[in-house]
Design a binder for this molecule. Sequence first.
Ligand code: PMV
Length: 300
Amino acid sequence: MEGKRGAAGKIILFGEHSVVYGKPAIAVPVASVRANARVKKGKGFITSVQTKERIPISSEHPFALAARNALKRVEAVGFVDVELDSEIPVASGMGSGAACSVAIIRAIAAHNKVKLSDKDVSDIAYESEKLFHGTPSGIDNTAVSFEMPVWFIKGQEPETLKIKKPFKIVIGYTGIKGKTKELVAAVRERKEKDEAKYNRLFDEMGEIATSARKAIERGNIDVLGPLMDRNHELLRAISVSSPELEKLVAAARNAGAKGAKLVGAGGGGNMIALTDEPKKVKKALLVAGAKRVYVTTVGG
Ligand code: PMV
């Protein structure tokens, strides 16, 4: 039996970086970009349709680890080949690594006719996330595996969020690959030099995520804009923004977005904007130099 499975991308609406230090965060799936994997009997390789990379399943690559752990979990016998086909931009804060791992795990389980729970899939993908990101909070593999808006606190069971009123988010890509591992490590270093300041900033990011959850669950969407703007200020204060991100955030606000912020680890990657006029914001982002723009409806 050929196993074929997919996983959506994700973005963090609130709480990146502070989530590493135990604060809550909210992540939502981006259904318009997906990673798919196809598994069949073979010689033990993962091949990427996009990069043509051929990764031995016996290697140290995070996807190889995902495949090995999944094969072990389903007690598979014999060798398989995996074809990975992902339209999620790499290293951009859209959960590409986690989505590829999840697609591989699900396709291997399907190939072996084993049903894994979302939690099982997420736990296996987390092992690969550690190879990618060093000390990940686990939010990426969780949001991608559950493919639902999630309220996430490191070390706790994730909660799925009910979206009372759907809202539109525009995602603008700077074209610069974000280096999550290095950025998380650099934040940790700066925090160690000034614990008081960083604890204060992370506390406020946690409070923002809590307020955002209430607003999302009550359908008070207008409250989310100012919360995004403030979250962005705090992310600037921990030095993870970049001139390109600043340009796109400003362009979105000038085009009438209700709020905008960088998203994910920062240093490049993507920004997001909340708006009722996605076309207008999309155009403004492209004019300001965004390399790609996606529009997604949260809760739609
Ligand atoms: O850039 P992304 O979407 O992979 O997000 C990283 C999120 C951080 O909070 C910066 C790190 C983490 O492990 O949660």
